[in-house]
Design a binder for this molecule. Sequence first.
Ligand code: PLP
Length: 462
Amino acid sequence: MSPPASDKLKMAAHAASSPSPISNPNPSTRARSNSHERRPAPSGKAASRVSQVADHLQPSQSLPSTLRFEMSSQEFKQAPHKLLVIPGPIEVADDVLLANAHPSMSHVSPDFVPVFGDCIRMMRQVLYAPNSQPFITSGSGTLGWDQVAANVVEPGDEVLVLNTGYFGDSFAECLEVYGAKVTQIKAPIGSKPTLDEVEAALKQKKYKAMTFTHVDTSVATLADAKGLGELVARVSPETVVVLDGVCSVASEEIRMEEWGIDVVLTASQKGLGCPPGLCIVAASKKAIAAFEARSVPPNSYFASWKKWLPVMRAYEAGTGAYFATPPTNLIYALHRSLTTITKGSVSLEERFKMHVEASNRVKSFVTELGLKQLVQDGFKDGAHGMTAVRYPEGLQASDLLPKLVAKNVVVAAGLHAVVKNEYFRIGHMGVTVVNDKERGDLDHLLKSIKEALLESGYKPPN
Ligand SMILES: *Cc1c(COP(=O)(O)O)cnc(C)c1O
């Protein structure tokens, strides 16, 4: 016997707010969608939430049933799965995944164009950069390096790369592919170049651009973005300051304009909490001016701002334009996630604070267990969206990671080539942090780490 429709709605609402699927893996307690079933329209608070979250998903009664899309955010709940706490991709909220299931749309339709325009406007908010030009294209974070190398830098230009790990190596390699002359300041593993070292380098040579990895995801160092921006403004104001924010946008505060950062590049699948597939770059007026003053055209086709700038401007103006097809569904997902980030119940400032608190909690927990981080003073110099933890003496990845997987927790192995086998990485970003009260992700994560260590024979201090 099936319960009355009103009860079903309540069950669905309950399931949508129940704790993390890991702690509630029984499919019978989850709301199942059934596209053949007709439901009465929800009323009151539920109705406003449904229309707020998924107004574009509401059924059109005039369409034949095969063309209806009848799932509200309260009814949709992703399948139970292992908790994904790597530094990206991260856990994606149900409403974002549901937005990604939008019916296929023309990329120039009048319904889609303003959604794209909103994403551009909301990215400026996330970066505190009202005068910047965002570029949103298909691709991943890596394409952001190509965009910098092909548009801001010309072949033969000098570029200073502050290298704090794996991603610094890669950015330098990418720049060289396009003909830049790269000078690197390499910091020892787990630390970063000092402002004095950078100042000395900037005074030695005129650099067209300086790049740094805000959070080097291979080791969890956090760069002093504000200090670096201010330093360049003081000693080499023509140099374009490029921040690789693939792991930091939306999990670390970035006051792009105030700090003097000229390019921020990122991707959808880390702090922004979307599925992978979008490359997002924001360029300051200075970066755009450097692009416009080029003596040779951009040396890339797909990554060319010459192609993308008019497209971005057209979407923002509400007309739309075509160079290469944008991933329309991902744009809906990004729109959903950015709406939560910029207009949700948790303010942007509060979001960053919550990441700091979650980071302190994770770092304190592993410290109390007697474990060390790759970053020497992780509380002071470490990222807030991730932590890199050394295995205790005598333990290795194969002792710990499979035990965590058995507890439905997926962390990441080491990435920095030199110390790859000596540590693991935990991501604590997005819904795992901001919605932790309902989800209980951090409790589950920390408890599992402790259990896995004990099962491996590790004896914590006292
Ligand atoms: C993940 C990451 C990248 C690469 O991004 P992809 O989306 O994997 O191409 C670049 N830089 C940093 C700091 C990253 O964390």
